[in-house]
Write a protein that binds this ligand. Structure first.
Ligand SMILES: [Zn+2]
Length: 64
């Protein structure tokens, strides 16, 4: 599941236990081991990108 922190930024959380940490190596929750679906990760990355665009945040700016 995706929720928004107090700063308005999206964060990816476990569907099962709601914990916000997952292992990027295995794409599973640190707390309960539930796998995070690839679709969920894609959704999260899209929402995060929208958030950055809305805030004018440039991630990894291209080298001039
Ligand atoms: Zn979990």
């Amino acid at each position: 599941m995706i929720f928004h922190n107090p700063q308005g930024g999206p964060e990816l959380a476990c569907n099962e236990c709601g914990c916000r940490w997952y292992d990027r190596q295995t794409n599973s929750c640190y707390e309960c081991g539930t796998p995070v679906p690839q679709a969920e990760i894609s959704d999260y990355l899209r929402v995060l990108r929208d958030f950055h665009v809305a805030r004018g945040i440039v991630v990894n700016p291209p080298k001039a």
